[in-house]
Design a protein around this ligand. Structure first.
Ligand SMILES: Nc1nc2c(ncn2[C@@H]2O[C@H](COP(=O)(O)OP(=O)(O)OP(=O)(O)O)[C@@H](O)[C@H]2O)c(=O)[nH]1
Ligand SMILES: [Zn+2]
Length: 353
């Protein structure tokens, strides 16, 4: 082991750099997140080479830009493009007011690998998925350097997980409960496991993989079913006297709370939950359920009776080595604010509601 950062550590650094508006070097390119880039650094980067903008295929479709690179598009920067132009392309908030951004010219041929790595890093930093990319003859001193390739994308998504602390925590729904904290080794947010009773590790455990929803879980938002699902799951485990609930910090199906509020603002403009994610440039679900599978394994569980209406969760857990012995539906009441959302989940995301 040397004191020089490993590739995983460099990826974590790069993510932090992008969040504070610093460019990072990927191969012979400088990349920066449009959302956090300031005007001075933009001006400096533009002096170094011909810049372009990388966006995902979803964002490109909304912008009516041609997609030659599969999952992403590289859009040429016009000579007079400033930060305002870049942000308008990255952020759909003003799309309806200024629908025509073009004509936009997409780059064709050449290497899109640095762009792909940049988008993966920016997504994992929970910023708007749009990158300013500039080929440079020489990387300036002091910037984080990475080599492009599938490893960066894999590392941006996957991390090891270590238990850091656990203590008894009596709950309204179950007095005999324990809270465990798990810390990813890539510096991303911690995840939690509530263990109710002392479930056997040899039989399927009643389990729920709950993704964080600040608005639903904490504020009692009526727009989604998260809060009632959380309490119904804890209640069922309390009644049974055992179970395990993972509280995964994958707010907004993995896009983060800021982007989820952007998605809500688009929903106020009339788009549904899936369309809103796409207009922002995200997949409809960016969550990585390897995290949940990893925590269950770390706790010694191999087989679950999974409380969910989402068949993807079942498939992903199975795909990552956890047996789902049974799917236990988790249906909560509808109200006038969440009924459309639940219909879209059933129609577009395959939820069994
Ligand atoms: N991007 C986005 N995320 C949302 C929206 N509404 C709720 N969420 C998030 O969706 C996630 C819901 O997670 P879960 O309830 O665990 O999962 P699920 O896919 O609905 O499946 P179930 O197990 O059946 O509940 C949480 O991370 C919420 O923050 C929305 O309109 N847009
Ligand atoms: Zn919610």
């Amino acid at each position: 082991m040397s004191l020089i950062p490993t590739l995983t550590e460099s990826v974590s650094r790069a993510r932090a750099d992008l969040r504070i508006g610093l460019p990072v070097a990927i191969g012979g390119y400088l990349v920066a997140a449009v959302e956090t880039l300031g005007p001075e650094r933009l001006a400096l980067m533009r002096t170094l080479g011909p810049a372009h903008l990388a966006v995902t295929r979803w964002r490109a479709e909304t912008l009516k830009a041609r997609v030659y690179d599969g999952d992403l598009a590289r859009i040429e920067l016009p000579g007079d493009a400033d930060l305002h132009w870049l942000r308008a392309l990255a952020d759909p908030a003003g799309d309806l007011m200024t629908p025509m951004k073009g004509p936009l010219k997409s780059l064709r041929g050449g290497d899109a690998a640095p762009d792909r790595a940049a988008i993966a890093l920016i997504k994992s930093a929970q910023l708007l998925p749009a990158a300013l990319v500039v080929p440079v003859p020489e990387v300036p001193e002091g910037l984080t350097r990475l080599q492009p390739g599938p490893t960066i994308e894999a590392l941006a998504a996957e991390a090891g997980m270590a238990p850091v602390a656990a203590a008894r925590l009596p709950l309204l729904s179950a007095e005999n409960s324990k809270l465990h904290i798990f810390r990813p080794d890539d510096g991303q947010s911690e995840h939690y496991a509530v263990e109710i009773g002392a479930p056997s590790r040899d039989k399927p455990v009643l389990a729920r993989l709950h993704s964080a929803c600040f608005t639903g879980d904490v504020l009692g938002s009526l727009k989604c079913d998260c809060g009632p699902q959380l309490h119904a799951a804890l209640g069922a485990m309390g009644q049974r006297g055992e179970g395990v609930l993972l509280y995964l910090n994958q707010e907004g199906r993995g896009i983060g709370l800021a982007n989820k509020m952007r998605a809500y603002a688009l929903q106020n403009q009339g788009f549904d939950t899936v369309e809103a994610n796409h207009r922002l440039g995200f997949e409809d679900d960016e969550r990585d359920f390897r995290i949940g599978a990893g925590i269950l394994r770390e706790m010694g569980f191999h087989s679950v009776r999974l409380m969910t209406n989402n068949p993807r969760k079942v498939a992903m857990l199975q795909g990552h080595g956890i047996t789902v012995a049974e799917r236990v539906p988790l249906i909560t009441p509808r109200n006038r604010h969440n009924t459309g959302y639940l219909d879209v989940k059933a129609e577009k995301s395959g939820h069994l509601l």
